[in-house]
Design a protein. Structure first.
Length: 223
């Protein structure tokens, strides 16, 4: 039996994020109660701009690949899922500045699985990493996981808002039911920021340049 040592992070963990945008990520919307072993996979196109310490120029990273979620445990009111960023592809000026082998090393690190705990309505409660995952990788993966969380409402509601959290703080998200089977989520603004190490809470200003995710319902493929 393999022993796993995990570190659990609440959603007020690391605030290295300055601006985050998710661009055109079609995902599978959960339907009904979570069932252990249920797996969903979708293509992901993610762009993030990260501030650098010491006033250095921020850099952008474009990530694309397959996001895989597998239900691993179900409890009253919540469930756990194993998450994996499979076949990651990395581009952007942040990659160009890095040593030649740094991109490949980052690709391998980001492809390691981690775990998340969700409320029944889809709200992300906590993320769980192996202890040896470095803080910057945790922050990036947590940012993706929180960005694509879908907090569901009743089918009769054409639009709704939710207060959600990511590594930078608490933000207001707007959901709209578009045509057909599409729900569009937009991050409107941060209402509270957690601050960087040594800085007071809510002492860091975070702007949202653009953040949009389109959730599409799809039929599960037959075996």
């Amino acid at each position: 039996m393999t022993k796993r040592t995990l570190t659990t992070m609440g959603l007020n963990g690391i605030a290295a994020l300055a601006v985050m945008a998710i661009m055109g990520a079609p995902v599978l919307r959960a339907a009904g109660r979570a069932v252990p072993g249920d797996q969903r996979r979708w293509s992901l196109d993610f762009r993030v701009r990260l501030e650098q310490p010491g006033g250095e120029r921020p850099f952008e990273i474009d990530l694309s690949g397959d996001w895989v979620s597998t239900i691993s445990a179900v409890r009253p009111g919540e469930y756990d899922a194993e998450l994996e960023f499979a076949n990651p592809r990395i581009q952007g000026d942040g990659v160009k500045r890095a040593p030649a082998d740094a991109s490949e090393q980052l690709r391998r690190r980001l492809a390691r699985p981690f775990w998340a705990t969700y409320r029944d309505d889809g709200a992300l409660l906590a993320v769980h990493f192996f202890e040896d995952v470095n803080p910057s990788d945790r922050n990036l993966l947590q940012t993706i996981a929180t960005g694509i969380q879908l907090v569901q409402a009743g089918p009769d509601r054409p639009a709704w808002t939710e207060l959600e959290r990511d590594g930078a703080g608490e933000y207001l998200a707007l959901y709209n039911r578009a045509t057909g089977n599409v729900v569009v989520k937009r991050k409107l603004k941060y209402v509270y920021t957690d601050g960087a190490a040594g800085a007071p809470a809510d002492g860091v200003h975070v702007d949202v340049d653009q953040s949009e995710v389109a959730f599409r319902s799809m039929r599960r493929a037959e075996a």
